[in-house]
Design a protein around this ligand. Structure first.
Ligand code: AMP
Ligand code: MG
Length: 489
């Protein structure tokens, strides 16, 4: 059991070893009188932390950026990227400070003060957005969506100015790597091809070693293909749980296919494919239904950045083209699972298209529909109204249920009970709806962190019934409409 605050031997580093072209050493700026806001005990265990870490003053200071692990340097990394479809130039870790790695997982403090890449920003994060990231990354992880994770939030009453006065918080984020498409774009744009190769070799050796297989005479093409596959998988997960990322800029795209940089994200309540969750996205570039194509566009930016290493443009295009079959296949697999089928099959396609159309027409609550269908499947009784009651056009819904039941019978499903059980482990009862995050935020602003803790526990096991929290599985209240989510965080 390790105490990273006092035991320097816990820490290793790999990305920071790439040197000063990639990272800049920095010292976090302390925050006055920090306190614990929320901790992720399960993640702490996975990292091998001493179980007392959540009450340790040393750890509180460490994870606020007020005290540093002895004999180590902290770093911020440089990257660039395309924001809203336009080259944005140099960005970088403007408010993230990497402490190093524990057990192969990089540990970053988000909001621990300015860095050489802060530009005009203050290097801080507010309590509100930190709570959203902390809750959502756990909810995503528990729902099986590839994501970075969050170990804890610490807070301070130090003021932070956004549209109004808020208070500061630091989220400790954890992932095998925080390398983004934008890292590659950065070195490529400046024609720093030696550094581009160092970066690509680092990512391949550490995370994609299979790209060095002899049959791949081109490891960088293999890397592009592997990232394409992971990204397709990630976006298929998003579409299947109704997750809208909100800012799919290339600097927010993980080279590991992890959901990264939780900002103005939103889970859909009523199913509306045209939904734009980010109020700053006036063109709707990142509307829910556009996410799969935007991911492809972003992969093209990555492919472009890798061209100096790949050489042959045709090879890069061929690697990218795989997205056109991988994404639909990944989505089909997710939808088959949601419907309770063991495998995706062509004969499910019209069933999927017709239900999504119907859900969109009536803006039926996406999470509640799938959860009720999962229960309905235990009996597949057409007279059972729990699903039908969600629809105004009951005839259309009735016909769909009949077709759905027929397909299950035809495909020789292994019994209704086991189909239902499988669906209940696929279709979460709880997602981080905007208004649920808001409940936790409002209480936390009054220094009551109990809602946050309870919600975190429920979202960590989103397939369980949690009878005491039935209200969190219900329809969004009317006031949820008025919550505005912008990039400001
Ligand atoms: P985002 O839209 O949050 O992905 O951020 C885009 C860029 O702005 C990244 O380089 C961030 O590090 C930087 N950034 C965002 N907020 C701040 C802030 N408050 N202070 C400094 N840099 C920031
Ligand atoms: Mg970002």
């Amino acid at each position: 059991m390790a105490n990273p605050a006092t035991d320097a031997s816990v820490w290793t580093q790999s990305y920071a070893n790439l040197g000063e072209d990639f990272v800049t050493p920095l010292t976090p700026s302390p925050l006055p009188a920090p306190y614990w806001v929320g901790c992720n005990a399960a993640l702490g265990r996975q990292l091998g932390l001493d179980p007392q870490w959540q009450t340790s003053e040393d750890m509180l200071a460490l994870l606020t950026g007020n005290a540093l692990p002895t004999g180590r340097s902290q770093t911020a990394g440089v990257y660039s990227g395309h924001q809203f479809g336009v080259w944005a130039g140099q960005l970088g870790d403007g408010r993230a400070c990497s402490l190093g790695e524990i057990g192969g997982q990089e540990v970053q403090l988000k909001g621990a003060g300015p860095t050489p890449y802060s530009r005009r920003g203050d290097g801080r994060a507010v309590l509100r957005s930190s709570i959203r990231e902390f809750l959502c990354s756990e909810a995503m992880h528990a729902s099986g969506v590839p994501t970075t994770r969050a170990l804890c939030i610490t807070g301070s009453d130090a003021p932070v100015w956004r549209e109004e006065r808020e208070t500061a918080a630091v989220v400790t984020r954890v992932a095998p790597s925080f390398v983004r498409f934008g890292h590659f774009e950065h070195f490529s744009h400046h024609q720093h091809h030696a550094q581009l190769k160092v970066l690509a070799d680092y990512v391949i050796d550490r995370f994609y070693p299979a790209c060095r297989n002899l049959e791949h005479d081109q490891p960088y093409v293999a890397l592009l293909a592997a990232v394409t596959a992971r990204t397709a998988e990630m976006v298929a997960h998003w579409q299947s749980v109704g997750f809208c990322h909100g800012v799919m800029n290339t600097d927010n795209m993980s080279i590991l296919g992890l959901t990264l940089d939780y900002g103005p994200f939103q889970f859909l309540d009523g199913y509306d494919p045209t939904h734009i969750c980010n109020h700053s996205d006036s063109q709707g570039r990142y509307a829910f239904f556009k996410q799969p194509n935007i991911a492809y566009w972003n992969l093209f930016c990555l492919g472009q950045a890798l061209l100096p290493l790949i050489g042959e443009q045709e090879q890069a295009i061929a690697a990218l083209e795989t997205y056109k079959s991988l994404y639909p296949a990944a989505l089909a697999a997710r939808m088959a699972a949601k419907l309770g089928f063991a495998n995706a099959h062509e004969n499910q396609r019209s069933l999927i298209e017709s239900i999504l159309k119907l859900l969109a027409q009536e803006r039926v609550d996406f999470t509640i529909f799938w959860r009720r269908l999962s229960h309905w499947s235990a009996g597949m009784d057409l007279a059972d109204p729990q699903v039908l009651d969600l629809f105004v056009d009951r005839d259309a819904a009735d016909q769909w249920l009949a077709a759905y039941r027929t397909l299950h019978l035809q495909s020789g499903s292994d019994g209704k009970g086991s189909t239902s059980a499988r669906m209940l482990r696929t279709n979460p009862k709880f997602v981080l709806r905007n208004h649920l995050g808001e409940l936790a935020i409002r209480a936390a602003k009054e220094k009551d962190f109990s809602v946050l803790h309870q919600l975190h526990a429920v979202l960590a096991d989103p397939f369980a019934e949690h009878a005491a929290h039935e209200d969190w599985a219900g329809f969004a209240p009317d006031w949820a409409q008025s919550i505005e989510i912008s990039c400001s965080s």
